[in-house]
Design a protein around this ligand. Structure first.
Ligand code: GLA
Length: 376
């Protein structure tokens, strides 16, 4: 990928670019908790978005997506926003950097990636973080701090892509560290690295390769539900809310909002349990919490789908230690914590059963916990 990007950059722009990259992520547990002020437990992975970039001395950005084979050119004023969604990510990062007082001048760039799209592995956060990091290095002497780089990506989603996401994906992409998961408290923004090397286990993702149409932006709707419940509880977010408190306002909120909050409150506890269990090397508890999260995401938060529930069932039948839908939901993959000796059997059964039911195999994605945003 690096070679291709270099070659394409010099073919299109007749010069050499500087290379940067940022990673996709996994999340062991703590889903839909970030925008509720709760905890998340992600790590960056060895799948990234990579770019070559060079200032061009104009006020224009010329960007080429190697994977799509498409180019766009745009200015840096708000009214210059490109139409193509993929280019809006780049434009948004420029604009959000400028809104924070950062400098951005025109540049030429070519980018490509190997983070599977629509798998729930945050390819868009990787793209945002790679550009935020590059613009900070090229034009701002790295004066913008890393949290602000993550926020630039998050605001890009909010203001240019219509997704009211939390901070997890961009945080993981920017802060990722080889061999470590990170527990982030999304209220205080305190974080801690947890070396993650589960001896005797493998972490594997199974991509269902389905992406359900997100009419009515269900992600934003989940967030609104949580905000309504927090308000009814007289709290800023659902962080720290208890099941008893939730129960006490049951007749003042809709049954749907109740279920959503019930999931989030349970999930906050599960992340902390998993951190404790990991420190003790107690993977059985880690796995049990993962199954509970899947149940909550499927039955209470309702962000799973038939295909992912099926993959979860297969994991359970095979005796896999932990399995759950990963990421925002509505398609994408499951993350599975599997004993080494069960791995081959599980993959074979999952492929065979899934293909028999849906006509195609799930894609197996082995991940290595890796560094986040960087200059190459
Ligand atoms: C998406 C969002 C994140 C987070 C997850 C669910 O990936 O971008 O902010 O809310 O969904 O945990």
């Amino acid at each position: 990928m690096e070679k291709k990007i270099r070659e394409e950059f010099s073919r299109i722009f007749g010069t050499e670019g500087i290379l940067y990259a940022s990673s996709g992520r996994i999340n062991l547990i703590g889903e839909h908790t970030d925008y509720n002020g709760g905890f998340v437990f992600p790590g960056a992975v060895d799948k990234c978005i990579m770019l070559a970039i060079k200032p061009n001395g104009t006020a224009k950005v010329r960007v080429h997506s190697l994977d799509l084979g498409e180019s766009e050119e745009f200015g840096l004023r708000e009214e210059d926003a490109p139409k193509a969604q993929w280019a809006r990510y780049v434009f948004g990062v420029c604009r959000e950097t400028m809104k924070r007082g950062g400098l951005v001048n025109g540049f030429d760039t070519v980018f490509a990636g190997n983070v599977p799209l629509g798998a729930g592995m945050s390819s868009s956060a990787a793209l945002e973080s790679a550009f935020a990091y590059a613009l900070n290095d090229l034009f701002n002497d790295n004066k913008i701090d890393k949290f602000e780089l993550a926020r630039i990506g998050q605001s890009t989603e909010h203001n240019y892509c219509g997704v009211n996401c939390g901070i997890m994906d961009q945080f993981a992409s920017v802060f990722g560290k080889k061999g470590c998961l990170m527990r982030l408290d999304c209220r205080s923004m305190e974080y801690e690295y947890f070396p993650f090397d589960p001896k005797g286990y493998k972490l594997v993702l199974l991509n269902s390769c389905v992406k359900h149409e997100l009419v009515d932006s269900p992600y934003n709707k989940r967030r609104e539900s949580c905000e309504r419940v927090a308000k009814a509880l007289g709290k800023e977010t659902l962080r720290g809310a208890t099941m008893e408190e939730l129960y006490s306002i049951k007749d003042r909120i809709t049954a749907e909002d109740y279920m959503r909050a019930e999931y989030v409150i349970g999930e906050e506890r599960r992340v902390l349990d998993v951190c404790d269990a990991l420190q003790k090397g107690d993977y059985e508890t880690v796995g049990a919490r993962m199954y509970e999260t899947h149940y909550g995401m499927s039955k209470l938060y309702e962000v799973s789908c038939e295909e992912l529930d099926y993959l979860n069932d297969i994991a359970k039948e095979c005796g896999v230690t932990g399995s759950r839908i990963m990421g925002g939901g509505f398609g994408g993959c499951t993350i599975n914590l599997v004993k080494d000796e069960l791995y081959d059997h599980f993959i074979e059964v999952a492929k065979q059963k899934f293909a028999a039911k849906y006509g195609h195999e799930p894609r197996v994605i082995d991940v290595v916990i890796s560094d986040g945003a960087r200059k190459l």
